[in-house]
Design a protein around this ligand. Sequence first.
Ligand SMILES: *[C@@H]1O[C@H](CO)[C@@H](O)[C@H](O)[C@H]1NC(C)=O
Length: 295
Amino acid sequence: MRIGYVSRSIFLSLLLVMCYNGNNKMNAIRNPLNQDIPMVTNLLRLHSMDANEKYHMAHVYAYPSSHMDHMDAQLMVFFFIEDLKVGKRIPVYFPKRDPSTSPHFLPREESDSIPFSVESLPNLLQIFSFSQASPQAKAMEDTLRECEMKPIKGESKLCATPLELMLDFVNEIFGFNSQFQVLSTTHFTESTTLLQNYTILKKPEEISAPKMVACHTMPYPYAIFYCHYQESESKVFKVLLGGVNGDRVEAVAVCHLDTSEWSPDHVSFQVLGMEPRSKPVCHFFPADNLVWISS
Ligand SMILES: *[C@@H]1O[C@H](CO)[C@@H](O)[C@H](O)[C@H]1NC(C)=O
């Protein structure tokens, strides 16, 4: 399935519709300082608040992987550029998150009224009614820390709370009159298998991407995208994958051609068993991530 070029205004309206739909479901946290939190509690059961989800760490490139003590299935997303050949078999972990239960974007007025910093964590835990020792508190703290970490050389980043900020960031990077395209991984089959071997079924299609902004979902009580842009060269591909169990996935992948500025401890080097920073590293995106591409 091909996602065509979308004009900015159409896409913006679509996103705003999504945003307002989300808004209706978020009434319970409209006044986050009230004790009105059933919906919030509901949000907390979400997979995306799973403090063990190291997957997110793996996608925040260039930072050391202090949290990785053993090889985690969720880190099985990396591969080498030379693997992009028909018939190649790669083990891949694809999280299967149910969008209907995922956290929603907050509209700007709401998110503006809630602090977003490590410093305000104690206050935030009160707002969302988490104990300090809870896994949710740990997940929120990790997310806030990632968001506050300084970008590496040649990188711009933003943790986008309301949707408008994500679009502003993309506009700023691409230039205000540029066309763009947004890509995401598509699952053609339904299954609960998370990690399995996939075979590349068709010659991977390289998507021309003069500039690319990748936006990753982060564990938090409401929708947060960690968006970043790296000046260093990268290539974007659509890869048709066939799972051992018959799953079919059109996966979006990016190959970072220059890894020399990454932390030598980056998880990908360990997962791939390679000399740190010595060669390109590629990875697949899960279905709920967005890859913005200028055209
Ligand atoms: C993928 O295939 C290899 C080689 O057959 C096997 O060793 C490995 O356990 C498989 N991985 C998964 C996740 O099934």
